[in-house]
Write a protein that binds this ligand. Structure first.
Ligand code: CTP
Length: 394
């Protein structure tokens, strides 16, 4: 793979050196365009030493053009990566400006583009940057980050560039090179367990790992969808390009899903607790000898899948999962009708490694029939499902 890396002018430019090192280690050929502002932060000498190639910076440089013309630069690459993508570079690319080498190449390229924005939090939150971001996403540009964090300017908030290892992983996973049939579509994905408190220290929950839901959120984002991932408590990193909302209880999960509407697509993968304790004790329940064991009264939780399927503002495609231990397909068909969704992805959780494991054998149940897939890696299940969902929405 060959990458054309555009290094913009921001303090995060120093991280592009580490990114180049990681890419080279994976056998990826890198050429660099350094903007005039970028050259204030990193030197052409370090970049060329790390890439083993001369660095291009000037649109009208005879030497650069003789070495490799600016149109040729993008032709010779499989992917254009902009890291750091400054507010200025994003604005130029969103509006088709071409007044230096970096912006001219971004306008001239027909290759996939991955941007890793980095800027001050207020510049990021400014309506102009958010407009440019929406335009770029709509044009099929992939985004990674920015993340919340401490910034060089002493502030805290979104604007910190994604770490080189994360950008490297997204490139290897094909985040930017995957076709974008879901560009401009909004998706909600629920994932993980919910936890339902009994008192300030105890709760009821289940064994869901969140892996399948996170993989689906990632697969949808890779295909261009704007994904809100509503996640119960799990120890998984947020997939690239996904907005994550962390929740604990089923009621909070429902509220977060409703706040994310309208959407074209909803995929309910979460293992929502069907019941919650009817009362949450305000203080830790004490063990008093001779008083016996406490009795816990439960009350039913809202059904998020049903609420999305039958509510106002219904997404065009609503997909549920059915984790069963027996009669898998018959129960899944009944669930499809009862919950009013379009597809149920049924899986057999009596197979020991499904819950918490890395593989899944699923059947796709729709009103038209049942399709059985063989046992696959959870990310493969996610990729195939995302392709199906994209097909069904177009
Ligand atoms: N689900 C939901 N909200 C709930 C319960 C379930 O959104 N309160 C969703 C799950 O995310 C999944 C689907 O409904 O997509 C099926 O969940 P499952 O727990 O298997 O179904 P139940 O409704 O609990 O039915 P049963 O107890 O009969 O298995």
């Amino acid at each position: 793979m060959r990458i054309l890396l555009i290094v913009g002018g921001g303090i995060a430019a120093y991280k592009s050196l580490e990114l180049i090192r990681l890419l080279r280690k994976s056998g990826i050929e890198v050429r660099v365009i350094l903007t005039a502002a970028g050259a204030q932060f990193v030197t052409p000498l370090s970049l060329s030493a790390l890439t083993g190639n001369p660095v291009c910076s000037d649109l009208f440089s005879l030497t650069d053009e003789a070495e490799m013309g600016h149109i040729q630069l993008s032709r010779a690459a499989d992917l254009v990566v902009v890291a750091p993508a400054t507010a200025d570079l994003m604005a130029k690319a969103a509006n088709g400006l071409a007044n230096d080498l970096a912006s001219t190449v971004l306008l001239a390229t027909d290759k996939p583009v991955l941007m890793a924005p980095a800027m001050n939090v207020r510049m990021w939150e400014n309506a102009a940057t958010q407009r440019n971001l929406a335009t770029l996403k709509g044009d099929g540009v992939s985004m990674i980050g920015p993340h919340d964090g401490d910034m060089a300017c002493g502030e805290f908030g979104p604007g910190r560039m994604a770490e080189p290892a994360e950008i490297h992983a997204a490139i290897l996973a094909g985040q930017a090179t995957t076709p974008k049939p879901l560009a401009g579509r909004r998706a909600i994905v629920t994932a993980g367990p919910t936890i339902e408190p009994l008192d300030p220290v105890r709760y009821l929950t289940n064994r869901s790992s969140g892996k399948q839901g996170f993989a689906i959120a990632s697969a949808l984002a890779k295909r261009g969808a704007q994904v809100t991932l509503v996640a119960g408590p799990v120890a998984l990193p947020t997939p690239a390009g996904v907005s994550r909302v962390d929740v604990e209880t089923a009621q909070d999960m429902l509220a977060a899903c409703q706040a994310a509407l309208p959407a074209d697509l909803a995929v309910c993968v979460a293992a929502v607790a069907d019941w919650r304790p009817a009362q949450i004790a305000p203080r830790k329940t004490k063990k008093v000898s001779g008083n016996g064991s406490p009795v816990i009264h439960l009350t039913e939780n809202p059904d998020i899948l049903m609420a999305l399927s039958r509510g106002d503002n219904r997404p065009t495609l609503v997909v549920g999962f059915a984790a069963e231990t027996d009669n898998v397909e018959a129960y899944a068909q009944a669930k499809l009708i009862r919950k009013g969704c379009d597809w149920i992805i049924a899986n057999d959780v009596s197979i020991a490694e499904t819950m918490g494991g890395d593989h899944n054998a699923v059947s796709i149940v729709t009103t038209k029939g049942i399709e059985r897939w063989t046992r696959l890696d959870k990310s493969e299940v996610a990729d195939r499902l995302a392709d199906r969902m994209a097909e069904s929405l177009t």
